[in-house]
Design a protein around this ligand. Sequence first.
Ligand code: ISE
Length: 337
Amino acid sequence: MSPTLRVAVIGAGRMGADHIQRLHHRISGAEVAAVVDIDEARANAAIAGIEGAVALTDAQAALDSPDVDALLIATPGFLHHDILLKALERDIPILCEKPLTPDAASSWEIVQAEAKLGRKRIQVGFMRRYDAEYAQLRALVAGGELGELLMLHHQHRNPDTPAGFTNEMLINDSVVHEFDAIRFFTNEEITSVQVRLGKATKNAPAGQHDPQHVLIETESGVLADVEIYVNALFGYEVATQASFETGIVSIGNDSGPYVRTAGKWGGNVTPGFEERFGAAYDTEIQAWVDAAAKGELGGPSAWDGYATAACCEAGVEAQRTGQKVAVKLNAKPSLYS
Ligand code: ISE
């Protein structure tokens, strides 16, 4: 492997293009070696100004290339499974954007393939784990200085949704992050999910019930609730309030600068996830590159991808039935213990 990690980015859409710029301008120890997109013009546009990078239209070409050391997969989730299996066969470091795969059965196949390989090669793109406040809240839970964590209240608000964003995607595409965050804060698995549908906004596209209220329990009985509201118009906001035995902790609330002028006070709301989690994405990708250089991958694993896929399946069933649905997980392979 060359001393610089030569990364092929698969998918040059919104997230892929963001990661390409990040790798090229801000990450040390890595370079963009190839960009793969079925849309050739988009692949070419994505490598503009990146010396030495090649534009490809087939992921297999990147996997076969001796000039590629690692894969960053940023295609839609339904395309992840096959590329992941091939990349595991090549035994190279992989950063896979969430979801690992769209359902628990196919995610379990990935877990099994990696367990068979015998070493962790996949990091899943749950970037919130790299947000400073998320890490601080987890440390407060683990440290116990505020007593036991009792409840979590999550707010996840997006300004709007792209075309084709279905009702199920409120769970699979958005709440999936909260499932992972709850597992991250508590270091426990989620045992059940319930979804309540109340009064809905008229600003949602046809077919979407928005907002939704998701109720979650963990192994030790921590209760979490998520307001998922994806056509909130005002901007992008992701925040959590945690209730402990001796204190309340809030993260993700607006930060400055606060300006007072012309008889008003206030600040700006981030427009999207790229701005809200920009620093977390940088830290995430740098951690992945640094770990890959040493041959030891950390961060959210294929097991985390599988466990959250199982939560999403339960969530979509809960959305459909109105019932509280148990989350079923296979036994965790020792690789992830
Ligand atoms: C999007 O795919 C993301 O991953 C964002 O972090 C999330 O806030 C948004 O709801 C999703 O659609």
